[in-house]
Design a protein around this ligand. Structure first.
Ligand code: GLY
Ligand code: MN
Ligand code: MN
Length: 433
């Protein structure tokens, strides 16, 4: 660990302690106990799927795979980190990283799963509903998941400390090697599975550690927004590759998408990919304090409308493409979301005081409706897809779409270009190299 990162982390922890103290004082709490959670076994089986710790647990320690751990915060006391370290000859017992931050915690390990001491002024947060009955009874006196506390802690996570931004920057740097290898595998005539394995190998991750399941779509699969399979056979024709894949660093997630043009794609597709890069860059440069994220999302739709018209895909005015929902058929998802310990991070759809800020009904998939402020980290991910299911209604309505051109692009699936961007005091910093 670099010395700089360590000092940033100590400052992060100090800031977190101060913020928790202020929130606890306001809510009349003397203690907050945060459960990391644990994985449930598959039905009628003895093994479990990959696990990710609760975000508010990771906020303190970044240990993204720690099961049955607790953080206990008490006014004026050193934070306690309780770890479950069973004597177990089947598995390797959890050990802490050899990093200096552990000095900031009072660490208590136990062979049996432990439950913190609670009273009526204790708030317990995390997935405790899954604990066994005896453990749940031991927490009986506490306030479980009080909404006012969750709202306040979610809001805290919306604003990243310098340490958190350094972690997100590092996660982006680590993902870059994967994206380069993925592109090379596609050029080398790989199947989706080869691209996936190249990504994992070059970014040095096992599949259970990625922040979300990598999306690797060749040809038409690039138009399936969260395509979830990896074909094992290389396709006969190669039009396009969309890779949406990230990396974790200390719990913090990179979420990056690139779209590559295959040798069999029409020239128009290559030009569209260039246009989408331009749109992504323009939107990244529009990120600044006090900008409404919804305004940026609408800017994306207006620019997509211009692209539709200038490429002769839509043969009426750009304004009507937005008004009639044509752009929404070509890009059904939101411009982006808050990014942090969760890929789709918390508090994107509530105001600073926790009043709901739901997505407008014409943009139901938008995951962030807030005014941008320094310290927020967001994704900027314009997309442009040929999704038969969404295009069919445009045909039925007899809209002025150049269908032969659309048909020639259907095999390319779609395009998404996604970067991770910090809102700074003066504008933005793009974390994606
Ligand atoms: N990787 C999921 C997303 O971009 O939101
Ligand atoms: Mn993504
Ligand atoms: Mn994203």
């Amino acid at each position: 660990m670099s010395e700089t990162l360590f000092f940033l982390q100590l400052a992060h922890l100090k800031q977190l302690k101060r913020a928790y103290a202020e929130i606890m004082q306001r809510l009349g709490l003397s203690r907050v106990a945060i459960y990391s959670g644990h994985s449930e076994r598959f039905f009628a089986d003895d093994h479990a799927p990959a696990f990710q710790a609760y975000g508010h647990f990771m906020h303190w320690v970044g240990l993204d795979d720690t099961e049955r751990g607790w953080i206990v915060i008490e006014q004026g006391a050193t934070p306690v980190l309780m770890l479950h370290a069973p004597s177990d000859f089947w598995h390797l017992t959890q050990t802490l990283p050899d990093e200096p931050w552990i000095e900031a915690f009072d660490i208590r390990t136990s062979k049996e799963p432990a439950i913190p001491t609670v009273d009526e002024h204790t708030a317990v947060i995390g997935d405790v509903a899954r604990l066994d009955e005896q453990s749940r009874q031991a927490l009986d006196q506490a306030q479980i998941m009080p909404a006012a506390l969750i709202d306040a802690l979610d809001e805290l996570r919306m604003f990243k400390s310098d340490y958190e931004i350094a972690c997100l920057r590092e996660a982006n740097r680590l993902a870059k090697a994967g994206h380069e290898a993925a592109k090379a595998a596609f050029i080398g005539v790989g199947a989706e599975l080869d691209v996936q394995l190249a990504y994992l190998g070059a970014s040095r991750q096992r599949e259970s550690k990625v922040p979300y399941q990598n999306i690797v779509g060749i040809n038409g699969h690039a138009g399936v927004l969260h395509y979830q399979h990896y074909d094992e056979t290389p396709p006969k024709h190669r039009h396009s590759l969309l890779v949406d894949a990230g990396h974790r660093f200390r719990g913090y997630c990179a979420d990056i998408t690139r779209t590559h043009v295959g040798p069999d794609a029409p020239e128009t597709f290559a030009a569209l990919v260039v246009a989408l890069h331009g749109l992504k860059n323009e939107l990244v440069h529009s990120v600044a304090p006090n900008v409404e994220f919804l305004t940026l999302h609408e800017q994306m739709h207006r620019r997509l409308a211009n692209i539709l018209v200038s490429f002769d895909i839509y043969q009426k005015s750009a304004d009507s493409a937005v008004e009639l929902g044509v752009t929404r058929a070509f890009c059904p998802h939101g411009l982006g979301h808050s990014l942090g310990l969760q890929v789709h991070d918390v508090a994107g759809l509530k105001a600073e005081d926790a009043t709901p800020l739901p997505a407008p009904k014409e943009h139901p998939a938008l995951r962030l409706t807030r005014t941008l402020k320094p310290g927020m980290v967001v994704t900027i991910e314009p997309g442009f897809y040929f999704i038969p299911m969404l295009l069919a209604p445009l045909k039925e309505q007899g809209l002025a779409i150049n269908w032969p051109l659309v048909e020639s692009l259907i095999n390319c699936g779609g395009i998404r270009i996604e970067d991770n961007v910090v809102v700074t005091e003066s504008g933005f910093e793009n974390l994606t190299p």
